[in-house]
Design a protein around this ligand. Structure first.
Ligand SMILES: OC[C@H]1O[C@H](O)[C@H](O)[C@@H]1O
Length: 319
């Protein structure tokens, strides 16, 4: 029995630390080039496993039969993440992400390539590897997977009465209608401000989140350095962010902060925490991750509690 299963990308990330961002026909200067294991679902499962312990997180994903795929699988296994739900697809390459991080602000720009993941379709949901991963988890996190696979996973997790967190990572080029159609079948949907605007239109986050929450799921909106909000049946709660500057710290890499947030939220929900406690812990984990260069820089439970105590002591987190 695992606590959290996350379905989505497992990518190899190439990260350029840069002085500012390039624009069309205007270059930027790279400071260094770094390689990290990444991908949303692999990052989320790792974050949950670091909080709950080895064997408590699982990934449902696909990689190619290549060196990146082998490194990704090895890295997840070393973390104690269950990878039985990761398909190795011979004819496709592993997913990659190409990331630019501004060394001054830690802000990022990403282009991602899904590779093998795009081969997962509705039929894969009937395979034992996927059924077992979903059936044995308390919380199922459904992320950026192909539409048929996403629908099948949500159906299966709902039949099994699992807590479902949909964190679709909507890109501007995608059709948001599929996600809207799923809001009645999932427990939570987690969106950043850009994704919320794709679904609800260009209105302020509280109004947009409240409107979506009327369709069924509780809506969590991550607001970067400004914390997060939770909307459910007309009510909107604001969850504070950690003010890193009050702790004498700064954000060095925002890539993976959302995944640390979701993984830690899922971990605390699987352990029976209420929404507000789970979101506060998730917020602290996202801030901790921002101070780390590595993409999977989410904290262990001990690191999380220590960081939270330091944040409270520095007046960087409202009680
Ligand atoms: O959310 C961060 C992840 O998204 C991108 O797709 C990268 O793989 C990165 O690890």
């Amino acid at each position: 029995m695992t606590s959290v299963a996350a379905a989505g990308a497992s990518n190899w990330d190439t990260l350029i630390l840069s002085r500012g961002f390039p624009r069309p026909r205007v270059s930027a200067r790279a400071v260094s080039v770094l390689e990290f294991p990444g991908g949303k679902a692999a990052n989320v499962a790792t974050a949950a496993t670091r909080i709950l312990g080895k064997g408590e997180g699982a990934v449902i994903s696909a990689v190619g039969e290549d060196e990146f795929g082998r490194r990704l699988l090895r890295g997840l296994q070393d973390e104690g993440v269950d990878v039985r739900g990761v398909f190795v697809i011979e004819e496709e390459p592993s997913g990659r992400a190409f990331v630019i991080v501004d060394e001054g602000t830690g802000e990022n720009m990403i282009v991602s390539f899904h590779g093998a993941l795009l081969r997962l379709g509705r039929d894969h949901v009937d395979l034992a590897e996927v059924r077992e991963a979903v059936e044995s988890a308390k919380v199922v996190v459904v992320m950026d997977v192909p539409a048929g696979f996403m629908e099948g996973l949500v159906d299966l997790a709902a039949e099994e009465d699992r807590t479902i967190i949909l964190a679709p990572g909507i890109k501007s080029s995608e059709n948001p209608e599929l996600i809207r159609s799923m809001l009645r079948r999932v427990d939570y949907v987690v969106l950043n401000e850009g994704e919320l605007a794709e679904l609800a239109g260009p209105i302020d986050p509280a109004t947009g989140a409240r409107a979506l929450a009327r369709e069924g799921a509780r809506v969590v909106v991550t607001l970067s350095g400004r914390g997060s909000m939770l909307a459910s049946s007309g009510e909107v709660l604001e969850i504070p962010a950690v003010d890193l500057s009050k702790m004498g710290l700064k954000a060095v890499n925002s890539v993976g902060c959302g995944d640390a947030f979701i993984g830690v939220f899922a971990a605390f929900k699987s352990a029976g925490s209420g929404d507000v406690e789970a979101l506060r812990r998730a917020s602290v984990a996202g801030a901790y991750k921002a101070t780390r260069l590595e993409v999977r820089g989410s904290p262990t439970l001990e690191q999380l509690l220590k960081f939270e105590e330091a944040a409270l002591g520095a007046g960087a987190l409202n009680e």
